[in-house]
Write a protein that binds this ligand. Sequence first.
Ligand code: HEC
Length: 148
Amino acid sequence: MLKYFGYGLVLVLMFSCNSSESTDKKTTIIDGSERYEVYQGSEMANVMRGMHAFNLQLKKEIESGKVTTEFPEEFLKIHTAEFSESKSRNATFDYYSGKFVDAQKLVFTEDSTVSLTERYNNAINLCISCHQRECTGPIPKIKKLLIK
Ligand code: HEC
């Protein structure tokens, strides 16, 4: 029992900004031999996970040479979504969220002289810049989005 709970805790550490703050956001349910992870993320965490999933897909599209998507308007929720209890909107967050949205929009601009891959990586690097200041936990996962 305790052993399984330990594993659950490790997963929590991997995905939240830092260890102690959001352990209350994830609950492990053990039912016989099955173990379920129930994730109750904040509105902002959901926006972030959507941005991650979208960019993972976009990376594949850029690599295969055909982009079929547009800038997702849902990303603008970054300006209003509520954070987990331990976090809050501040000047650093607002600065980087503005720069990130601009950079992500540029990926979909057709008349740019900067290559698509470079514009895409610029946007991902802004995810990383903000995370270095606001939420370091997911950085390794975000770095995998970069196109080498
Ligand atoms: C302006 C700052 C900022 C930018 C830009 C940003 N993030 Fe985040 N991200 C955060 C903060 C703050 C949290 C924690 C939110 C919370 O706990 O409520 C977070 C949380 C996350 C999480 C964890 C979500 C979870 O399940 O708890 C992931 C993954 C993530 N961001 C990926 C990304 C990706 C990918 C991008 C770019 C496409 C990005 N972020 C851009 C600040 C940012």
